[in-house]
Design a protein around this ligand. Structure first.
Ligand SMILES: [Zn+2]
Length: 176
C-alpha cells in the first residue's frame, strides 16, 4: 500500500492541542479524511478518524453521548455504566472509523503525515501562505470532480504512471 498523497490543514487556533487536520490518499485511489495531528506529551502524533460513541435512550430512542446523565430528548436519567475503559483505564468515548491493523502500517502513515505536517509548518512561516483546502465544502468537492478527469486523461495518453503526476507538491493550491 502506497500513501500517494497527504494533505494538511493547520489548525489556526494557537494553544490548541489539535495542530492539524489531514487527509491521505492510498494507492492513488482511496481517500481517508479527518485524521488529526495532536500535540502529545512526547511530541506530535497522528489520531485516526473517529466517531463519538453514543447510546440510545431506553424511553425514546434518542442517541445520547455516553457521558450524558440525562436524555437530550426526553430527560430520562441515563445509566453511567455504559462508559467502558480501554486497556490503560481511560474512558472509551470514541471509536476509530478507519485504522491500521499492524504497527508497521501505523508507523508509515504517521511518518508520512508528520513529514507533511512539518513541511506545512515551514510553508506557513513564509509570507503569503494560503491554507490548503481539504474538500470540506461542496464547492471544493465540485472543483476536484471537474479537475480530476483531465489529469487522468493526460497522464494516460502520455503513458505516465498515475503516481508520477500526483505528488502533493505539484497539485495546485486553491483558496478556500
Ligand atoms: Zn429519551
Amino acid at each position: 500500500m502506497q500513501i500517494s498523497e497527504v494533505q494538511i490543514r493547520l489548525n489556526g487556533r494557537t494553544g490548541d492541542r489539535l495542530r492539524a487536520y489531514c487527509s491521505i490518499t492510498l494507492d492513488n485511489e482511496f481517500v481517508i479524511r479527518d485524521l488529526r495531528v495532536i500535540d502529545g506529551p512526547h511530541g506530535p502524533f497522528v489520531a485516526m478518524p473517529s466517531r463519538r460513541l453514543v447510546a440510545s435512550c431506553v424511553r425514546c430512542g434518542q442517541k445520547n453521548h455516553l457521558r450524558a446523565r440525562f436524555c437530550n430528548e426526553c430527560g430520562t436519567s441515563l445509566p453511567e455504566r455504559l462508559v467502558r475503559t480501554d486497556a490503560s483505564g481511560r474512558e472509551k468515548l470514541y471509536a476509530d472509523v478507519a485504522h491500521p491493523t499492524h504497527t508497521d502500517c501505523r508507523k508509515r502513515i504517521e511518518q508520512s503525515i508528520l513529514r507533511a505536517y512539518e513541511e506545512e509548518l515551514r510553508l506557513a512561516a513564509k509570507p503569503g501562505y494560503v491554507p490548503r483546502c481539504m474538500g470540506d465544502d461542496e464547492s471544493d468537492a465540485d472543483a476536484r470532480a471537474s479537475a480530476s478527469p483531465v489529469v487522468s486523461a493526460d497522464s494516460r495518453s502520455a503513458g505516465v504512471t498515475p503516481s508520477a503526476g500526483l505528488s502533493p507538491a505539484r497539485v495546485p493550491r486553491r483558496t478556500c
